[in-house]
Ligand binder design. Structure first.
Ligand code: 6PG
Length: 262
C-alpha cells in the first residue's frame, strides 16, 4: 500500500537539495510524515521482511513519535519487524534527561509491540561505544563489507545547520571510513556525543529532515544558498547529506519554510 500526500504545498521549491514537502501546520506535517513513514515501513516489510529505522533526538520529533502511537492511521506500521537505531546520542547515562534514548523509550518504544532485541540504544558509557554500535549495525543490518542500509532515517537540523551530532568544523565531519564515531572537542555542543557518520547516513534508502518553526528558517536559507555553489559539510554540515542511492526529503511546516503568508 502506498499513501499519497494530497497537499498543494508538497514539492515546494526552496532551493534545498532533494525533495521538499511543506505542510500548512506542524500538526499536518506530523500527519504527512506519519503516512510516509507507514508507507516506507510497509514497503520494507514487503520487500525485505524487516524495517530498519534510525531516529534522531533534539526537541522537534517528539510530537511526531507520539502521533505515530495515537493516530489509528499508523496502525499498519510493521512494529514487530521494525528495528530502531539512534542517529546520535549524548554520552550520558540512559536515565539522564539529556539521553535521546530515554525520551525515545518514553515517547514511543514503551508503547509499541517491538521485540526488545530490535531496539538498539548506543552504549554511550562504554569505553568504545562507536566500535560497539558499528559492529551491532553490521551484524543486524549489514551484508559483508557493504555499508548497512537503513530503510528510513529521521534527521533534524540545528540553527547552525548541524545534523545528527555532525557539528560545523568538528572531527566527525571528516570521517569517511567509520560508520559511527565519538564526536567531541571545542566545536561540539557538550556533552560529548556518539554519532552516525555520513557514509552510514548517506547509504540509507530514505532520509527525512524534519524542521518545524520559524527558528529554522534562516538555517534553511543558508543551506539553499550554500547549495547554489555546492555542498560544504565542514561549515554547513547538513549539506553533507547526499544519499548515494536513496532519497532525501525535507519535511517543513510553513513557518520553517518562511512562507507564513501562504
Ligand atoms: C540531537 C540531534 C540533533 C537535532 C538538532 C535539532 O540529538 O540533538 O540528533 O541533530 O536533531 O539539533 O534539534 P531540535 O529539534 O531541538 O531543534
Amino acid at each position: 500500500m502506498t499513501y499519497e500526500l494530497n497537499d498543494p504545498m508538497a514539492d515546494y521549491d526552496l532551493g534545498l537539495p532533494g525533495e521538499v514537502h511543506v505542510a500548512p501546520s506542524a500538526d499536518q506535517l506530523y500527519d504527512d510524515l506519519g503516512l510516509v513513514f507507514t508507507s516506507h515501513g510497509l514497503e520494507a516489510d514487503r520487500d525485505r521482511g524487516v524495517f530498519h529505522v534510525a531516529l534522531s533526538g533534539g526537541t522537534t520529533p517528539w510530537p511526531f513519535y507520539q502521533r505515530l502511537l495515537i493516530d489509528t492511521r499508523f496502525r499498519k506500521v510493521p512494529w514487530e519487524r521494525m528495528h530502531i537505531w539512534v542517529v546520535d546520542e549524548r554520552r550520558v547515562p540512559d536515565d539522564d534527561d539529556l539521553s535521546n534514548f530515554k525520551s525515545l523509550r518514553e515517547s514511543l518504544i514503551e508503547d509499541i509491540p517491538i521485540p526488545p532485541r530490535h531496539v538498539h540504544p548506543m552504549m554511550v558509557m562504554h569505553d568504545k561505544p562507536a566500535e560497539l554500535y558499528e559492529a551491532e549495525l553490521r551484524a543486524e543490518c549489514g551484508s559483508g563489507d557493504d555499508v548497512p542500509r537503513m530503510d528510513f532515517v529521521l534527521l533534524g537540523m540545528g540553527t547552525d545547520c548541524h545534523t545528527a551530532s555532525l557539528f560545523p568544523n568538528s572531527d566527525a565531519i571528516h570521517v569517511t571510513d567509520r560508520l559511527v564515531v565519538v564526536n567531541d572537542g571545542p566545536n561540539v555542543t557538550p556533552p560529548p556525543r556518539v554519532t552516525m557518520t555520513y557514509p552510514l547516513l548517506n547509504a540509507a534508502r530514505h532520509l527525512a529532515v524534519l524542521c518545524v518553526g520559524s527558528k529554522k528558517t534562516e538555517a534553511l536559507r543558508r543551506v539553499a544558498e550554500q547549495m547554489a555553489s555546492g555542498p560544504d559539510p565542514v561549515n554547513v554540515p547538513i549539506t553533507g547529506i547526499q544519499p548515494s542511492d536513496g532519497v532525501l526529503t525535507w519535511y517543513l511546516d510553513r513557518e520553517a519554510a518562511g512562507k507564513s503568508d501562504l
